[in-house]
Design a protein around this ligand. Sequence first.
Ligand code: SF4
Length: 112
Amino acid sequence: MRTPAGVECPYFYGNYFRGRSEEECRLIGPKAPPGNWTPNLCKNCPVPAIARANACENMVLTAQVRSNLFGLIRRVDVQAYCTLSKTDVKEPQIGCGQCHPLPDEFTLKDQP
Ligand code: SF4
């Protein structure tokens, strides 16, 4: 579904049926302030770009709202975990490489 920032996100849900205006982030979920989701967080959230770049079904995303500068700046902090390799994924847009290995032509092997 399209977020208030105008990009597709698999975790955004909006219900506008018959005048309703319910919006939620189903990745962050309902949280008490200051960790609560607000629509303006979608503007700089990395999740839509991650979802476009990597559709691996073994990768599980979790997210929290982090705030700094006395709570004035809030942003979405995303972690990724691979249920296949059972490791944290450092580059969620690329993946851990366990189930989608690069062909030999693209890997560095011992040179003769
Ligand atoms: S905060 Fe991020 S994950 Fe949540 S709905 Fe907005 S773009 Fe999607």
